[in-house]
Design a binder for this molecule. Structure first.
Ligand SMILES: C=C(O[C@H]1C=CC=C(C(=O)O)[C@@H]1O)C(=O)O
Length: 390
């Protein structure tokens, strides 16, 4: 059973017809925006800097490879609100052939192996030049016959201060997420980028105290932003923060940096290519952390910790880092969750943090599976996960 509002029905019909689309709602915005495309509107770009001069909706992986291309959907039909959805003749859209994707293995790490990996990571950080690295894992949850459209709308209700998205794109598949992290966004003639890191449970009293580990972890990201600014000669800029940003069941430390868009107007693609991946999802030094992730993580991150959003569409940039997200397969939801490891990390606490970060998505899944749409305040611990089955 679904609540069957017009968005829910619309998304489910698009999926039934296997149409390429991207839907997103920005923090604090009410209606999802939707971009519909034809297969010919989908570009697969070879490198991150190929975004120069392009416009459309970007879905970028953590690293580009044959399983996870950098995707740009060119502006096709853009639907801005419910009136536009209702006026759109979806029945007239032909169904597209559903090419069964090559079946993929999802490596689900056991807790004891994850703890060993984090222990090893801390030792490497203490004895080498690696100062921070993000280690992630996949958390599986069983998919039932619930409506994906309904799940998306529920996730939006539960996380109004995130960028909540649903995409179905050839080459990537079906993904959903609710991310709090801006990579780059335009505000008139100004651009904003954000350094976000450090995590603690959300508090009812908003009385947040941050420890050295989180302050240091976030400072690494801010420092990196300034190095990128230096390379692009971005000066002057203004900063706001660090301050607390609440998202879902957790809170983070956030600093935002604002500067004149003129500074990078003819090299925006290069600028994003340089920013990505930030030490909020990769680490420092960047190339060392990148290599370390390839050896320690046994799963493929694909689009987790990549970035997504409107790119120069209607003169507007809204790129977000792809966090708190999941890949939706025929039988399962595969949630991705990671945390910043530093010399001060405690393995068991890092495990708990990745679990906590996943509760936003897990509780939305639980809400639609149990038809309890006021789930925001409930725990998701009762959820039957695919991992527990094996
Ligand atoms: C890598 C993730 O979060 C990043 C963003 C905010 C806080 C983080 C942290 O405290 O580790 C991470 O850097 C994730 O959610 O998978």
């Amino acid at each position: 059973m679904t609540r069957g509002d017009s968005y829910t029905v619309f998304f489910d019909q698009l999926l039934q017809k296997n149409r390429p689309f991207a839907a997103w709602s920005l923090p604090g915005e009410t209606a999802p925006e939707i971009l519909l495309g034809e297969p010919s509107d989908i570009l697969f770009l070879e490198d991150f800097d190929r975004l120069n001069g392009q416009e459309g909706f970007v879905f970028a992986p953590f690293r580009i490879d044959e399983n996870s291309p950098l995707i740009l959907m060119k502006p096709g039909v853009y639907l801005k609100d419910e009136k536009a959805i209702k006026a759109f003749d979806i029945e007239a859209l032909p169904s597209l052939e559903c090419k069964t994707p090559a079946s993929r293995d999802f490596y689900i790490i056991a807790q004891e192996n994850y703890l060993k990996d984090i222990d090893e990571t801390v030792r490497v950080i203490q004895s080498t030049k690696l100062s921070k690295v993000i280690v992630s894992r996949i958390i599986p949850a069983k998919r039932g016959n619930e409506s994906i459209g309904e799940l998306y709308m529920q996730l939006r209700r539960q996380t109004p201060n995130a960028m909540v998205y649903l995409v179905n794109l050839p080459g990537a598949g079906l993904w959903m997420g609710a991310t709090p992290e801006v990579l780059l966004q335009s505000k008139g003639k100004t651009l904003e980028t954000v350094s976000l890191a450090g995590t603690q449970s959300r508090r009812d009293d908003s009385d947040y105290r941050w420890h050295t580990k989180e302050i240091e972890e976030q400072a690494f990201v801010s420092r990196y932003m300034l190095d990128v600014f230096y390379k692009f000669n971005i000066h002057p800029y203004t900063t706001q923060g660090p301050e607390t940003l609440e998202s879902g069941r957790v809170a983070h430390l956030k600093t935002s940096f604002n500067f004149s868009a003129k500074k990078v107007e003819d090299k925006l693609g290069d600028f994003v290519a340089q920013l990505h991946p930030t030490p909020a999802v990769c680490g420092l030094p960047k190339s060392k952390a990148h290599r370390f992730i390839s050896t320690i993580e046994k799963h493929d991150r694909r689009y987790y910790s990549g970035y997504l959003g409107p790119w120069r569409m209607n003169d507007c940039i809204r790129l977000f880092v792809n966090l708190r997200c999941m890949e939706i397969t025929a039988d399962n939801y595969m949630l991705y969750s990671g945390g910043g490891i530093t010399a001060r990390s405690v393995p068991a606490e890092e495990w708990d943090e990745t679990t906590k970060k996943a509760t936003t998505l897990l509780s939305a899944i639980e809400a639609v599976q149990t038809n309890d749409f006021n789930k925001e305040t409930h725990s998701a611990t009762g959820l039957f996960t695919a991992g527990q089955r094996n």
